[in-house]
Design a protein around this ligand. Structure first.
Ligand SMILES: [Fe+2]
Ligand SMILES: [Fe+2]
Length: 177
């Protein structure tokens, strides 16, 4: 049921409004903004919702004093940039279904980029954390890249305490959206 709601939300999703655009411009460099706006409207909306939920968690758990809130916001906005510009609701649903019913086969056949749109969807479905990480490294955002890389695995190896908190809030917020 939640998947169906997610699908409908994705179809109806709108990109950022003027106020959100101003906030994005303040938080991200022009290159990082480009990476954000390169995503589908649905993924832009998802990332904004993740950021909003993350801020609620920060407030609820009184974390603002112990973490870099702007850093967390940037991680939220950019965590799914590796999904690229083509991951609309239909393609995302295709990814979810294929992963659910043909996991091993689909994983095995999705390990490299492809010009075939169906293979590319699955490649990005599984590898968007590393794709996003590489993109952020290219932009010199090495700390954000390290968090984005881990946003599905949750691997906390070699992270500092405050980075662990950032990853944990990002993952909680991502799972609620
Ligand atoms: Fe993701
Ligand atoms: Fe996400």
């Amino acid at each position: 049921m939640s998947r169906i709601i997610q699908f409908i939300k994705g179809l109806l999703a709108k990109g950022p409004d003027k106020e959100e655009r101003n906030m994005i411009n303040d938080l991200l460099s022009p290159e990082a903004q480009q990476a954000f706006y390169h995503m589908t409207s649905a993924d832009q909306r998802h990332s904004l919702n993740v950021m909003k939920t993350a801020m609620e968690i920060v407030e609820h758990e009184a974390l603002a004093a112990s973490i870099d809130v702007d850093f967390l916001k940037r991680c939220c906005l950019l965590h799914d940039i590796g999904r690229g510009p083509k991951m609309n609701s239909f393609r995302k649903s295709y990814g979810v279904l294929l992963d659910k019913f043909c996991h091993d086969w689909s994983l095995k056949n999705s390990q490299k980029p492809s010009n075939n749109i169906f293979k590319d969807i699955m490649y990005r479905y599984y590898n968007h954390p590393v794709i996003g990480c590489n993109e952020l490294m290219r932009l010199g955002m090495v700390h954000e890249a390290d968090i984005v890389l881990r946003h599905h695995s949750g691997n906390t190896e070699n992270l500092l305490i405050n980075e662990k908190k950032i990853l944990s809030v990002l993952m909680q917020a991502d799972n609620s959206n």
